[in-house]
Ligand binder design. Sequence first.
Ligand code: SAM
Length: 250
Amino acid sequence: MSPRSDSDSQEWTQVTRHMRKSVKRQTSLREDIGPTPNPQYTVQDLKIAREKARQIWRGEDVRTCLQGLIRTQMTRHPKKISQAVCLGLGTVEMPGAEVRAQYTVFTQLEAFLDIVATMEETQNQKIKLYFQDPKFSLAEEKHLEDMGHAVLTNPQAFSTINKETFFYAPHLEWQPYLDGIASGPPAVVMGNSLDFITDAWSTEVLDTDKLVGGIEFGRNSKRIAVPNYQYMVDGFIYWNIGGGAVEYNS
Ligand SMILES: C[S@@+](CC[C@H](N)C(=O)[O-])C[C@H]1O[C@@H](n2cnc3c(N)ncnc32)[C@H](O)[C@@H]1O
């Protein structure tokens, strides 16, 4: 996949506006996903795995770079962030890929906590954290709750996200990603590049209004590339400098 040029995406947006009525609508509720049966990991296992990933992450230059990037944007384009919602953190219950899954989940968790802490420090106001992933095991939910965070049941996150939300969704599937953006629109989003929506269109049935809304959100936001790291690749931050001017029909 390669990013399209601006003229390509503009042309494409016009096409979607014409097509809007004829496209089959899809519900945002994915019923085909749920926790892996017979999870192996206990809360204690998860604490140990998180600590290992945290030690490595804390020594990485990319961490300092990410914190600096957030501090800079909070200063240049101040945002009031009262809550942070993480969708699609993922599960460590991945038979055959457990170790990589552990580092991915817990590195992405640490990065999320670092971004939130930097925002709190810059705005001098606490931020409430929420998590949602239908694949979480009970132990994964308990582990996050023990840290003092709220775990939402799909699709609760979509009615929780608002204009004061930092919406964090590394590598989340397109439909829930667009649902999350449409729910606010959020103040800040971190996830896949919105330039690729047009590519997703050719392979997935997506809610057309939200698809167009996602493209507009991308255009109304300042886009910042997240430094690549082995457990967090090709991420982008969208800083909504449109001040919530993007409107959605649904
Ligand atoms: C491609 S995986 C990404 C996992 C991890 N963040 C990574 O970068 O490897 C997408 C995740 O999104 C989750 N997901 C799908 N629909 C969701 C929804 N409606 N709400 C929250 N998470 C969802 C899936 O269960 C899965 O764990």
